[in-house]
Each structure stands twice: as C-alpha cells, then as structure tokens.
Design a binder for this molecule. Structure first.
Ligand SMILES: [Zn+2]
Length: 323
C-alpha cells in the first residue's frame, strides 16, 4: 500500500482519538530551551585542524543600499527559492581558528562585546570548543571592517588575545588609518575609520603589516582580494595536498553572491573591482575543487563551489561526526 498524505492524516486522527497514556514523571511539559547549541565545527585540511566559530548574526533589510545594482524582486525571489528569510534577511558572522600543529592562528576577530546584542558569541563558542583566548598565537585580519576587527579589543579597551601577534593588510592600514581619507569619507563610512583607530591606535607599533602573495603564518598565504576594501585579503591555507580558500568578504553570502556574482554589495568600496575579485576567487575554488569558507555564509560557513550557468553553485559541507 502506498502511503498517501490522506492515510498519514487518518493515522494521526486515530492516534489523537486514543486515550492518553499516563507515564509517571513525564507529565509536566518540558521547558523550551530557547537557545541554540554552541557554534563550533571542526574539520581538517591536511594535517591542520580547523575550528569554525560562529559570532552570531544580525537582521538586515533588503533594500537598494544593500543591493545597489540588483532588482530587489529578483534578490527576494532568489532567496525565497532557497528558503532564506527575507523579511528581514539574516547575516551571520563566522571566524576560523587554524591549528597548524605548532601555532593557533585566528582569522578575523568577530565583535566581542562591541556589536549588536545578537553578536559576540565567539568567546562562548571558543570556550565550548576548548580554546582559551590566551592560547591564540597569531591573529590574521582580512580587512578593517568592524565585524572583523572590533573583537580584538573589548569595549573596556583590553586586548582580547593578549599573547597574539596581530597581522593586518598594508592596504587597509593605508586607507583606514589615514586622517585625510577619513575626512573625505561619506558619513556612513566614518564608523569603520573610528573602529580602526579604537582597536589599533593604542598599540599600533606592535602590529605587523603584511603584503599579498606572502606567507602570513606557517602554511597560510595572504592573497590579493581587493574591492570590498582596498587591502582586503583572502587566505589560502595549505597542508599536504589539501587547501582551504578563506574568501572572507570578497563574496558575501554565497547563496546570493556566488549565484549572482555581478550583483554589487553596498559594503563593497570599489564595486567593479569587487566583482572581478569575486569571480577570480570563485573560479579558482571551482577549478581546483578547493574547500572554501565565507565569513557571511550560514554556519559552519564552509563547503564547495562549482560553476553553474553564469554563476556558481554553493554546496555546504555535510556534518561529520569524525574529523
Ligand atoms: Zn564582514
């Protein structure tokens, strides 16, 4: 007999009509937990052990400020086809820790306690993953937007990773720590300049700058990825024959911007360059079948990219209980 929706519903009705069983000790309604499980996920790239960490999320309105060149009804349709919330849209934040065997390397810092109440979950998620902030040896920064650097220093002004060497892209130092550029920036872009000064100002001489095409940490190369910001850097993490491409913000959520790589994101400073960079990185990921991560993908924000039509298809990793 095939099970139709009708027979399933008939079965449910019969079950509902049956007298309730009284099971001792389970009569009281269990309280709803109302909170998500810890947001950390582990995987390996060669001999390196990677821990993806979630730093929370914020809601965003779909409007022409966020999507300056895309028809907004098309944006909504693309998102609804993938069962993504649109009223409002949800934007997650995710960082990575790479354990190279000799060093613990954090890539981007999240917010700590400097962001919206739905952000700043990284500290709790790191603790749940069994990693202490004092153990971090190196922090690599992809770019100077607040969601990537604010967590280097708590709201109270303390360094959150006190033993870490902090390495940042030269191009973003030249842009965000330049007073003339801050004065020339539109009002809406000012906060990013202020955050860069708050975070880096007090100990700038201790901060190391790095260039594209160089190894920033053992097995982790910073690669050119400008457009989102002038110095935006993506990372190639290599161990043995395996590589991980850490895209950062060269593409925002791949469910939207991999599928439609020509769409502009309001936060991209040089939008034409951002499109060029995005396609170059996605082409590389697709051609080499590299595992890939995106800062603003849905947690654990890692998966694979394949070419599809005029864009790319994003396939998130499937949960594995074995790393
Ligand atoms: Zn970002």
């Amino acid at each position: 007999m095939s099970i139709s929706r009708r027979t399933v519903l008939a079965g449910a009705a019969a079950a509902a009509a049956a007298p309730a069983l009284h099971i001792s000790g389970a009569e009281a309604a269990a309280p709803m937990k109302g909170a998500q499980a810890p947001g950390f996920y582990r995987f390996k790239i060669g001999d390196f052990e990677i821990t993806a960490l979630n730093d929370g999320q914020v809601n965003r309105e779909i409007n022409a400020t966020l999507f300056p060149n895309a028809p907004l009804d098309e944006v909504t349709r693309l998102m609804e086809a993938q069962f993504m919330p649109t009223k409002p849209a949800v934007s997650p934040f995710n960082t990575l820790i790479v354990n190279t065997g000799s060093k613990l390397v954090l890539i981007d810092s999240g917010f700590n306690n400097n962001g919206a109440p739905t952000t700043g979950l990284m500290a709790a998620n790191m603790a749940a993953a069994g990693i202490q902030p004092t153990e971090i040896d190196t922090v690599l920064i992809s770019h100077f937007h607040p969601d990537h650097i604010n967590g280097l220093r708590s709201k109270e002004g303390n360094l959150v990773y006190p033993n870490a060497e902090i390495i940042v892209p030269t191009g973003d130092v030249a842009h965000y720590l330049d007073d003339a550029r801050m004065a020339a920036a539109p009002e809406g872009a000012r906060p990013a300049f202020m955050v860069a000064r708050r975070v880096f100002g007090p100990n700038f001489k201790d901060i190391k700058q790095a260039e594209w095409g160089k190894e920033w940490a053992n097995g982790i190369t910073g690669i050119r990825s400008d457009g989102h910001t002038p110095g935006h850097t993506s990372f190639v993490v290599s161990s043995g024959t395996k590589t991980l491409l850490v895209v950062g913000d060269a593409s925002n959520d791949p469910r939207i911007f991999a599928r439609m790589p020509d769409w502009h994101l309001g936060f991209d400073l040089d939008r034409a360059q951002a499109v060029t960079t995005r396609k170059r990185l996605l082409d590389m990921a697709a051609a080499d079948r590299m595992q890939t991560t995106f800062y603003h993908a849905a947690f654990p924000a890692t998966g694979f990219i394949a070419k599809s039509g005029t864009g790319y298809e994003w396939t998130p990793v499937s949960f594995s209980s074995v790393i």
